[in-house]
Design a protein around this ligand. Structure first.
Ligand SMILES: [Zn+2]
Length: 444
């Protein structure tokens, strides 16, 4: 006998004259209007085969052969060379009978010059598959090279969505950081050599055919890289969970990414050799990358990009310090506050009985504590920014594409206000912790 009630469903057994509850299954007390969220049309296709596990990088040769390729361009940077990862991949491929041409001059925040240098090496070698080995910069350079090698022209020709008309070479992504999620995205982010304007060049053909997620490769990250890339992954999960473009599928990846990263991030900061936690970070970062592919990002990334372009602030540090302020700003919209609350509840850091406002405060407090634990900057002053820079920074932030997907509309005025408050650490407000009926409270 099943008797539904307001809190959930109870199954009773009849014991003489008495009915005894047997099982109580609580329905999530998420706000009804979000649980019944209107589902707009979407088109989701996962383009990337994911091969996960410690030691999975040893399968590179087999995976290259499965794509029918015979000569690999390996794109990486000096740090990955020094760590020995590039030699390991190269040796593995050559042992499998696959010649390798190496481009090891990737720079952080790669520019059009870096891509052109890579293209020159690729053209001279007659390669038929590209591997990007490293952080987001290596993967972006590899993708940028693929655009120009196969479709000609310059990077700016592909700025936007779907500008490549000819097929591209198969691309395999092997991340060595748990952060950008570039391995799951079809975008190459390349900065103009002169203006430093970051150009997002998106095309489904540019997405990796295979992502090899080997947690053992991420053990070599210096602590500051673990910190900044890890915070970036956390920010990706949080931002994608509330964008105007999110879908039920992207939301699923955002939530799982946040659940994995919010726990694994402190673990890898405190114990860098914890391979199991490194694996959860790597998987979380990839899931967040897949969420970005389908839901885009928000104001924290729009605010961060000018800090990187104008002040050289490391991407993950810039995003991390702006994120709590953006969460607080966006949370003034009740629906977005409820969405943050759902994220916090799904990750297990807030309780389903919490008010949305309290759950959002819990999320804010957790983000601030992660910044603190990872020894990341928490104010713009920490990054050497002065308040006189705000108007120029806000104008640049308003030009960022990602600003257009933020759940609350942000123009230069709002972005300037967000920079202004970021000269102080985020303020946590006291709000009621619980109420009796989450749904009713939100309906008002
Ligand atoms: Zn990011």
């Amino acid at each position: 006998m099943v008797t539904p009630n307001r809190a959930g469903f109870c199954t009773y057994i009849q014991n003489g004259p008495n009915r005894v509850p047997l099982i109580q299954i609580e329905q999530p007390s998420f706000p009804r209007r979000l649980s019944n969220m209107q589902v707009d049309p979407f088109d989701f296709q996962s383009r990337t085969r994911v091969v996960f596990g410690p030691g999975s990088v040893t399968r590179a040769g087999e995976l290259v052969r499965a794509l029918g390729a015979q000569h690999v361009l390996l794109v990486t940077d000096a740090g990955i060379m020094a760590a020995g990862h590039a030699a390991r991949v190269q040796n593995g491929l050559e042992t499998a009978g696959l010649p390798v041409t190496l481009f090891d001059k990737v720079k952080a925040n790669p520019t059009t010059r870096c891509v052109e240098d890579c293209v020159a090496v690729a053209k001279a070698a007659d390669i038929d598959l590209i591997i990007g080995l490293g952080g987001g910069s290596s993967m972006d350079t590899a993708k940028g090279c693929n655009f120009i090698l196969t479709n000609g022209g310059q990077m700016k020709d592909y700025w936007g969505v779907g500008k490549a008309t000819k097929p591209m070479l198969p691309f395999i992504a092997i991340p060595t950081t748990a952060g950008t999620g570039s391995e799951m995205q079809s975008a190459a982010l390349i900065a103009d050599e002169q203006t430093h304007q970051k150009m997002a060049c998106l095309d489904p053909k540019a997405a990796a055919r295979v992502a090899i997620l080997d947690p053992a490769l991420t053990l070599s990250q210096p602590p500051r890289v673990t910190a900044s890339t890890g915070m970036d992954a956390v920010a990706h999960a949080v931002e994608t969970a509330v964008t105007t473009k999110r879908t039920p599928l992207s939301l699923m990846y955002s939530r799982e990414a946040f659940r994995l990263c919010v726990r694994a991030f402190p673990e890898v900061m405190l114990n860098p050799d914890d391979l199991e936690a490194r694996g959860r970070m790597l998987l979380g970062a990839a899931f967040a990358g897949l969420a970005i592919e389908n839901s885009m990002l928000g104001a924290a990334h729009a605010l961060a990009n000018p800090l990187t372009a104008q002040y050289g602030v490391v991407h993950g540090e810039a995003v991390g310090l702006m994120l709590p302020h953006v969460v607080r700003f966006n949370g003034r919209d009740p629906a977005t506050c409820a969405a943050y609350a759902e994220l916090a509840v799904a990750a297990g850091i807030a309780s389903a009985g919490d008010t949305p406002e309290h759950a959002q405060q819990t999320l804010l407090a957790r983000l601030d504590s992660l910044l603190h634990l990872a020894n990341l900057p928490r104010t713009l002053s920490d990054c050497g920014v002065t308040s006189t820079a705000i108007p120029a920074l806000a104008d640049a932030a308003a030009q960022q594409w990602t600003a257009s997907f933020n759940p609350r509309s942000v123009q230069a005025k709002e972005l300037a206000a967000l920079y202004r408050v970021a000269f102080q650490p985020p303020v946590l407000e006291a709000v009621p912790a619980t109420h009796n009926d989450c749904g009713d409270a939100l309906a008002h």
